[in-house]
Design a protein around this ligand. Structure first.
Ligand code: URA
Length: 244
């Protein structure tokens, strides 16, 4: 095994352990000499309540989640990025959009959905259902750094970033999440998804309603009346749920 592979495996293992800690698991049963002091520590783990009745992780604010993410090097996507694209919008939004990962424009500006697909998304939000993008929504991605050449993020990259998406969603606690495209929907639902079949059908992520729809970049590539209508219908369902 090369040094690079070793450090990549160690990074993945560390991230898995951090995720377990996030779920309140502080120990892993082990029958050899490894003890808990050998486990990686995290410099800024979520504060735990001191109450003896509860060892649940305290919900962090978005700012705390961003601080914990830091100058992230948890996966190889850090190597080619210019900026981390954490998310933007209203931290108290009732509606959150989750996309796939930053593209070149987003990487340049450090903001999600600011390129062509972003303009389309703004149009879908503002002209389509009459909301204001920055006031009424929060927008983020499953990975916070640009995959080279805009390829799909790989499983280990998604896994490294997932705790931060989870904490963002916990902090915002929206009424509705709109997942944009297959990778975002699969990540939130934790299973394979046929987006053309499942878009428009309500799903659930940790008690929050999820409306899967086409990614705006797909819409731009396949700009048919049928696809545009489909996204509009999905957005109307999301709006109706918000107004319920
Ligand atoms: N596509 C995405 O999935 N996210 C962005 O932020 C931009 C384009």
């Amino acid at each position: 095994m090369t040094e690079n592979q070793k450090s990549s495996h160690l990074r993945q293992l560390k991230n898995q352990l951090i995720r377990l800690q996030d779920y309140g698991i502080d120990e892993i049963p082990c029958n050899n000499s490894l003890n808990s002091s050998s486990l990686p520590t995290r410099s800024s783990s979520p504060e735990k309540t001191t109450s003896p009745n509860s060892n649940k992780a305290v919900i962090q604010t978005l700012a705390q989640v961003r601080e914990e993410l830091g100058d992230c090097d948890r996966c190889r996507l850090c190597e080619g990025r210019k900026n981390i694209v954490f998310g933007s919008g209203n931290p108290e939004a009732q509606l959150v959009f989750v996309g796939e990962g930053p593209g070149a424009d987003e990487d340049e500006q450090g903001l999600p959905f600011v390129g062509k697909a972003g303009k389309k998304l703004t149009e879908i939000i503002e002209k389509g259902i009459g909301l204001n993008r920055s006031e009424d929504t929060y927008i983020c991605n499953i990975v916070k750094c640009r995959p080279p050449g805009n390829r799909n993020p790989e499983a280990d990259e998604i896994n490294a970033c997932l705790p931060f998406l989870e904490k963002q969603l916990q902090a915002i606690n929206p009424k509705v999440i709109v997942s944009l495209g297959k990778p975002a929907t699969e990540t939130l639902l934790g299973r394979k998804v046929a987006i053309t079949k499942e878009r428009g059908q309500w799903q659930e992520y940790r008690g929050i309603k999820v409306m899967p729809t086409f990614h705006p970049a797909y819409l731009l590539r396949s700009y048919t009346l049928e696809n545009r209508k489909a996204v509009h219908e999905d957005m109307k369902k999301a709006l109706a749920e918000l107004n319920r």
